[in-house]
Ligand binder design. Structure first.
Ligand code: ZN
Length: 361
């Protein structure tokens, strides 16, 4: 079995197995027939530090930059506002950011608040990690690197899609190649402790169904605040350390993919056209797990130019620009990124219901 990416323990459980999957970020040119390489996609829960993590590392990093959903930029502004109220964001203080390869940097917002960029490699009053750490294969080392950047009296704020939300909402397709860690608050705190950091305050946001921003400090201070303590208790109670609590995820893979396929088959049988929206990594895994190809979903639209003219990894479904949606006026749109729902519906008033049905993938 694997050694934990955070604590090195080999005690733990395989909690989710999505079979052989292509790397999510490798969008081949539309004319390239494949077959694409596939790798096992499995989640393992450490029995020692409770970090839920990716077992395999296909080692691919190619990634056409995605377009940031509005929900993401709005949440960033919300988070920066809360950090200002907490005194962590203040004019003249220095900041260093460990960002996500998918974009979504907070630096513009932080500079607008009067913060100064720390010199490269130097310590900063505020170190920000917004969905960055999850992309690191070596979790312990990556946390240590961030901790070493925190100036005395400063803080690291770490933002993550909450494992408790993944479990509660059965978001099995959060699991993907390139995302090495799926943090519960207890696991995030254990990882931070390995680098000498102590938890303080925390804030939660509705992004992705539940996102946590956690304050971590080199000085112990007074310990986790009441909100963080309550969050820890709630997550423990939800079973973030228990392998059994992950079983509904696996059930939802079977049930959710069967549901989607049946739905698409009904559209196809009625001679109706369904177009996908959002060539996101979660769509790759969903289509592969459901065995959906061009017969049921002839096309997926994405506003990222980097993906247009390419095809989905692991299937022949081509990716087109948004113009295709207006030209072909599908009978239904299958939306793969729920956080995009409002803005996409606004952008395509001609596809309003009841003329066009909106499905969530
Ligand atoms: Zn561990």
């Amino acid at each position: 079995m694997p050694a934990c990416r955070a604590c090195g323990s080999r005690a733990g459980w395989l909690v989710l197995d999505l079979g052989a999957q292509p790397p999510c970020d490798l969008f081949p040119p539309a004319g390239e027939p494949g077959p694409d390489p596939v790798f096992p996609l499995r989640m393992w829960l450490c029995g020692e530090c409770a970090l839920a993590q990716l077992v395999e590392d296909p080692g691919t990093r190619e990634e056409p930059a995605g377009v940031e959903p509005r929900a993401l930029t709005e949440q960033a502004a919300d988070a920066v506002r809360r950090l200002r109220e907490a005194g962590l964001v203040r004019p003249g203080a220095t900041v260093a950011e460990y960002g996500s390869p998918h974009g979504g940097s907070w630096l513009g917002l932080l500079r607008a608040e009067g913060m100064r960029d720390a010199e490269p490699g130097a310590q900063a009053d505020l170190v920000v990690d917004g969905f960055g750490l999850m992309h690191e294969a070596r979790q312990r080392e990556a946390m240590a690197a961030r901790a070493s950047r925190v100036a005395p009296g400063g803080a690291l704020v770490m933002q993550y899609h909450s494992l408790a939300s993944i479990l509660a909402q059965r978001q099995w397709n959060a699991l993907r190649h390139g995302h090495f860690a799926y943090y519960s608050t207890p696991a995030a705190i254990a990882l931070a402790a390995s680098a000498g950091l102590h938890p303080g305050r925390s804030w939660t946001f509705p992004l992705y169904g539940g996102t946590v921003l956690l304050e971590l400090r080199p000085e112990p201070g007074t310990g986790p605040d009441p909100a963080t303590t309550a969050l820890l208790r709630a997550e423990e109670a939800a079973g973030v350390r228990r392998a059994g609590a992950f079983a509904p995820l696996a059930r939802e893979v079977a049930e959710g993919t069967a549901r989607l396929k049946t739905r698409l088959e009904a559209f196809a049988a009625a001679g109706k056209r369904v177009t996908g929206y959002g060539a996101a990594s979660r769509a790759v895994v969903l289509l592969q797990a459901a065995g959906i190809g061009t017969g049921l979903l002839p096309e997926i639209v994405d506003i990222s130019r980097a993906k247009q003219g390419r095809r989905m990894p692991g299937s022949a479904i081509p990716v087109s620009g948004p113009g295709a949606l207006r030209e072909r006026k599908p009978d239904a749109v299958l939306l793969f990124v729920p956080d995009l729902a409002d803005e996409v519906r606004e952008a395509f008033p001609e596809l309003a219901e009841p003329a066009c049905e909106w499905l969530l993938g």
